[in-house]
Design a protein around this ligand. Structure first.
Ligand code: NAD
Ligand code: 6OD
Length: 486
């Protein structure tokens, strides 16, 4: 049985305490491989390697050369596309049709876009008078923050990891990645890519393990880590932020959501069904930007419920390689149990189950996987746990509304503030509503349409900071002002 190793200072190494954990395939519960867990000492070695690389050839490399190297990383990901695809699909169980379309292409694009952005961002320049009349000028330079800890979730493993590693490296930092224990493979494979294209040793490191008492905590507590960028649950973000406060280290936190979709009667209903269907069910509902609360104008409510029911019932669960499959399993048995508890809670709280609500019958060879039915409810009170807590499963509750202001109030009635998707053909309404929803990202007549130059992040409990485009540069560099007396 293969053991996935840590990647430290350009080499694949077993954890020094010789402990390992299982990497399980969620489609059938089979063991994919063992994963070597990094000890505190290994994390220490990774931090030292990352720090030395800053002082070595990476730190001295010219921007143009660094940018070219990131293009080479992207090219190598594309050349080894099928290996990345197989690894991602095995770890997550997601359909090949999805991963080949989104996860792996974005893994490459995340390097290309930031390789370009760092070369095209201007600095500041100010002239100032001085009492002696000679004057002074001020200009800014961007310097890397240093060693960046990158902690990632399991839902879009390569996409979300490279979303942080791309800009961090483009800005001249070095990184230590802690992938999710559920999805360790593509981050490890990226180590081979880094070596193949000649990224200096120690620039990109991967340590495997869990959160508390393991690699995640060791990394975020390590005083040699200069900044931490994290994507995951809000509670984990709080723990990481507490660790980062020691040494006053900056954090970028992309956290959970309980996103609302708003559907107005003047929408293109078929487009809205397709958009809300994807927002609720894509990636088996395991997308932070997904929609678990949908507010639909009352005059089209019954029609909408009927059409979304058909959408959900036409989804095809199955083996990822099957071309007709468009819904995979949940990430793990543990997560399946969590989602099922919400399905039970919905029933207890009096929901009408429009479709789904349980575990689907799967063929024998998939019966040990963590499958779940796409589920739609109506009739729950706004304060129900199902309506207020992030479930992270393929489910949505539909609520009718009568007035625009009511829809806005309902959408904002949550401690989260990540994303919303709203559907209307009334241009004035679209802009008016978008400006009043308390979120970092508002899609109009679309969902998860990404321009990587734009700001990405959440309000309220959904996070701190923005990444994307120049906003990533704000986090991954320090802006230094140079004041020159003339
Ligand atoms: P999680 O918070 O459980 O784990 C994320 C990572 O943090 C894992 O690598 C885990 O090992 C590590 N970790 C856990 N506890 C830690 C600790 N105390 N110290 C350091 N590291 C620790 O999240 P998950 O279950 O992997 O992912 C799902 C969650 O991520 C959902 O809440 C989802 O909304 C959120 N998410 C948010 C975004 C976004 O952009 N806002 C994107 C994707 C996922
Ligand atoms: O597209 C992105 O850059 C991004 N960070 C997506 C997050 C998806 C959450 O599951």
């Amino acid at each position: 049985m293969k053991t996935l190793e840590n990647f430290i200072n350009g080499e694949f190494v077993l954890g020094s305490n010789k402990q390992s954990f299982d990497n399980i395939n969620p489609i059938n519960g089979s063991l994919i491989c063992k994963v070597s867990e990094a000890s505190e000492r290994d994390v220490d070695l990774a931090v030292s390697a990352a720090r030395s690389a800053l002082a070595g050839p990476w730190g001295k490399m010219k921007l143009a050369e660094r940018s070219q190297m990131l293009y080479a990383v992207a090219a190598e990901i594309k050349r080894r596309f099928d290996e990345f695809l197989d690894a991602e699909v095995a770890d997550t169980g997601k359909p090949v049709s999805l991963a080949s379309h989104i996860d792996i292409p974005r893994g490459a694009a995340n390097f290309e876009i930031f390789a370009d952005i760092v070369k095209n961002v201007p600095g500041e320049y100010f002239e100032m008078p001085t009492p002696d009349g000679t004057g002074a000028i001020n200009y800014s330079i961007r310097v890397p923050k240093g060693v960046i800890g990158v902690i990632c979730p399991w839902n879009l493993p390569l996409l979300l990891m490279t979303w942080k590693v791309g800009p961090a490296l483009a800005c001249g930092n070095t990184v230590i990645v802690k992938p999710s224990e559920e999805t360790p493979s593509t981050a490890t494979l990226l180590g081979e890519v880094m070596n193949a294209v000649g990224v200096p040793k120690g620039v990109y490191n991967v340590i495997h393990g869990f959160g508390p008492g393991s690699a995640g905590e060791f990394l975020t507590k390590h005083p040699g880590v200069d900044a931490i960028t994290f994507t995951g649950e809000t509670g984990t973000g709080e723990a990481i932020m507490a660790n980062a406060s020691k040494g006053v280290r900056p954090v970028s936190l992309e956290l959970g959501g309980k996103n609302a979709g708003l559907v107005f009667a003047d929408c293109d209903i078929d487009a809205a069904i397709d958009g809300i269907g994807r927002a609720a069910f894509a990636n088996c509902g395991q997308v932070c930007l997904g929609t678990e609360r949908v507010y639909v104008e009352r005059t089209i409510f019954d029609e909408f419920v009927g059409k979304l029911k058909s959408y959900a019932e036409n989804l095809k669960l199955g083996a990822p390689q099957d071309k007709s499959t468009n819904l995979g399993p949940l990430i793990s048995k543990e997560h399946q149990q969590k989602v099922l508890r919400y399905y039970e809670k919905a029933r207890e709280d009096g929901a009408a189950v429009i479709t789904g609500g349980g575990i689907p019958q799967m063929p024998e060879e998939l019966s040990k996987g963590s499958w779940i039915q796409p589920t739609i409810w109506t009739g729950l009170a706004e304060k129900s746990a199902v309506m207020s807590e992030e479930i992270f499963g393929p489910c949505a509750h539909l609520t009718p509304f009568d007035e625009e202001d009511e829809a806005i109030r309902l959408a904002n009635d949550t401690p989260y503030g990540l994303a919303t998707t709203l559907w209307t053909t009334n241009l004035s309404r679209a802009h008016r509503v978008a400006s009043q929803i308390d979120v970092g990202i508002c899609w109009i007549n679309s969902w998860f349409l990404r321009d990587l130059r734009t700001a990405f992040g959440g309000m309220k409990n959904s996070g701190i900071g923005r990444e994307g485009g120049v906003h990533s540069l704000e986090f991954y560099t320090e802006l230094r002002n140079v004041c020159v007396k003339l």
